[in-house]
Design a protein around this ligand. Structure first.
Ligand SMILES: Nc1nc2c(c(=O)[nH]1)N[C@H]1C(S)=C(S)[C@@H](COP(=O)(O)O)O[C@H]1N2
Ligand SMILES: [Mo]
Length: 335
């Protein structure tokens, strides 16, 4: 069954299409058990009422767009207990250069983005290349809710409940060949609906890339929604990447192509300023940006007069889940 959102015109399946009813029921039961466990642990520790509410209940929907529910993820590290950023901040303070370079530009301009119909093409070194209609992409795996920190290289961060599934689910499906060592992510670049495509800030499209093991890491999320609803255009509708241990710019929005390659992809920010933005771009408080420190960050929503800056964590706090992938690499050289 398809429901048409009055706000966006985006057509998406209801949850019973995404998950067969039986699995849905099972997942609900399991969630109930999990929530109890997590809530118990939170109570025993430092967490207060916010964390408790966050752990035990589904994130409240803002009610602006069509619903896209996801079962709370049980993958280690997939749900932070930190206070969620307000939906309003998460959907009005954005980087999406295709719609302008000010934080408020995407929310103001991205209504022109046409997200239906939408196709994502998988190509390159895979046994099963092909074009996926969004409707089919949505059904590849059960939707999960993941609460991730997202830290921008500019020194601010948010905590956002994303809805999606591990990119690895799609990758397994298309069967990469032995020579596939990297994955390139290509967002839409459509000058008619994206007014800043063509501007000289970047070389369009906004290409990003990951090494194969990074792309296969279960934390790497193919996201279709946030706060229990489909993504607002300004957050990268209808499908984007979220890579929580890397600076925000690696999390490419509004993807139309996923390409498997032997060579390291040339990424948009690396091409624009190689001395400032490397291929890896792992969040690393010990490696300064050439023009500023990366040791601390400002959590959006905490910017009152007495708000303290937070210390930025190695790999944005996901070291236990991802540190292993970089063992033996010089992270000052591979910034
Ligand atoms: N296509 C595209 N994807 C993009 C960007 C962009 O300009 N274009 N900006 C990146 C940057 S710098 C950040 S910090 C995050 C911001 O995501 P958000 O607006 O959903 O918080 O998106 C990333 N993905
Ligand atoms: Mo960013």
């Amino acid at each position: 069954m398809l429901i048409k959102s009055s706000n966006t015109g985006f057509i998406h399946p209801v949850s019973s299409d995404i998950t067969p009813q039986a699995i849905y029921e099972q997942r609900r039961e399991w969630l109930r058990v999990m929530a109890g466990g997590v809530a118990g642990a939170a109570l025993a520790g430092w967490a207060g009422r916010d964390a408790l509410a966050q752990a035990s209940a589904a994130v409240a929907r803002p009610g602006k767009l069509a619903a896209l529910p996801g079962g709370r993820s049980n993958f280690p590290g997939a749900v932070t207990m930190e206070k969620l950023t307000d939906y309003k901040d998460a959907s009005t303070y954005n980087n999406f250069y295709e719609f302008g370079t000010d934080k408020s530009d995407p929310a103001r301009n991205a209504h022109t983005l046409k997200v239906s119909p939408w196709t994502v093409e998988v190509e390159g070194a895979v046994r099963k290349p092909g074009k996926y209609a969004l409707e089919d992409l949505l059904k590849i795996s059960a939707m999960e809710e993941r609460i991730y920190r997202l830290r921008c290289v500019e020194g601010w961060s948010m905590v956002i409940p994303w809805v999606g599934y591990s990119l690895s689910e799609l990758i397994k499906r298309v069967e990469p060949l032995g020579n596939a060592r990297f994955v390139e992510f290509v967002p839409l670049a459509h000058p008619k609906t994206m007014p800043f495509v063509g501007s000289r800030v970047l070389d369009w499209p906004y290409v990003e890339g990951l090494r194969m093991d990074e792309a296969m890491n279960p934390l790497t999320l193919l996201a279709f929604g946030m706060y229990g609803e489909v993504l607002p255009n300004q957050n990268g509708a209808p499908v984007r990447l979220v890579v929580p241990w890397k600076y925000g710019f690696k999390s490419a929005k509004s993807l139309v192509k996923i390409r498997f390659t032997e060579k390291e992809p040339a990424t948009a920010w690396n091409k624009a300023a190689a001395q400032e933005y490397g291929f890896y771009s792992n969040v690393n408080p010990n490696v300064d940006h050439p023009r500023w420190s990366q040791a601390t960050e400002r959590r959006i929503g905490e910017d009152g007069l007495f708000a303290k800056k937070r210390k930025t964590l190695m790999f944005n706090g996901y070291e236990a889940q991802v540190g292993q992938m970089y063992a033996g690499m010089d992270l000052k050289k591979n910034y």
